[in-house]
Design a protein around this ligand. Structure first.
Ligand code: GTP
Ligand code: MG
Length: 161
C-alpha cells in the first residue's frame, strides 16, 4: 500500500466502549458528546490520531445509538478498515450483527475488539464463538490492556493486504 495514511472507523453498539478505545490509543483525541440518562454518549464522532508502524492512523469513532445511522454512513466514506467494538460483558447483540452485515456488504477489512475484559463478567470466548471466522481481540479500553497490540495487528493485515 503506497498510502502512508490509514482511515480506520470504529463501530459498535451503544456503550460498547468505542470512545474509550480511541481515548486509550490517543489521549489527545477529541470527542463530541451529549449527556443522556446513562451518561455521556457520542452524538457526532470521536477523532484520534496515532502512528502505527510507518502509517499515520486516523481513527473515527461513530455514535452507537441507532438513530445516528446517517452519521455512520458519512464517516464510512473512504475508510481503509473497520473495527467493531463489542462489550464482552453483554456479548454480540442485534446492533453488532447489523453493523457486521453492513460492513461485510461494503467488503472492507474488519476486526472485532471484545472490550471490558477487565470486568469479571466479561466472556470474550462467547464473543468469538458468535463470530465464526472473524478475528476477535480481547481488550480493556479502561486499563489499556492489549489495545495498542490489537490495533497494531490489524494495521499489519491492512499493510500486507
Ligand atoms: N470496565 C470497563 N468499562 C469500560 C471499558 N470501556 C468503556 N467502559 C465504560 O463503558 C461506558 C461507555 O464507554 P464509551 O467509551 O462512552 O462507549 P461508546 O461506545 O463510545 O458509547 P456511545 O458513543 O454512547 O455509543 C463508560 O462508562 C466507560 O467508562 C472497559 O474496558 N472496561
Ligand atoms: Mg462514544
Amino acid at each position: 500500500m503506497a498510502e502512508d495514511r490509514l482511515k480506520i472507523v470504529v463501530f459498535g453498539s451503544f456503550n460498547a466502549g468505542k470512545s474509550s478505545f480511541i481515548q486509550a490509543l490517543d489521549p489527545r483525541s477529541r470527542h463530541i458528546e451529549a449527556t443522556s440518562n446513562e451518561g455521556p454518549t457520542t452524538v457526532a464522532f470521536d477523532f484520534g490520531r496515532l502512528q502505527v508502524r510507518d502509517k499515520a492512523v486516523y481513527l473515527f469513532g461513530t455514535p452507537g445509538q441507532e438513530r445516528f445511522e446517517f452519521v455512520r454512513q458519512i464517516l464510512s466514506r473512504g475508510m481503509d478498515g473497520a473495527i467493531i467494538v463489542v462489550d464482552a460483558t453483554t456479548g454480540v447483540d442485534a446492533m453488532t450483527q447489523h453493523l457486521y452485515s453492513y460492513l461485510k456488504a461494503l467488503n472492507v477489512p474488519l476486526v472485532f475488539m471484545a472490550n471490558k475484559c477487565d470486568c469479571p463478567g466479561a466472556v470474550p470466548e462467547a464473543v468469538r464463538r458468535d463470530l465464526p471466522g472473524e478475528t476477535v481481540h480481547p481488550i480493556s479500553a479502561r486499563n489499556g490492556e492489549n489495545v495498542y497490540a490489537a490495533l497494531d495487528a490489524f494495521v499489519a493485515t491492512l499493510v500486507a493486504g
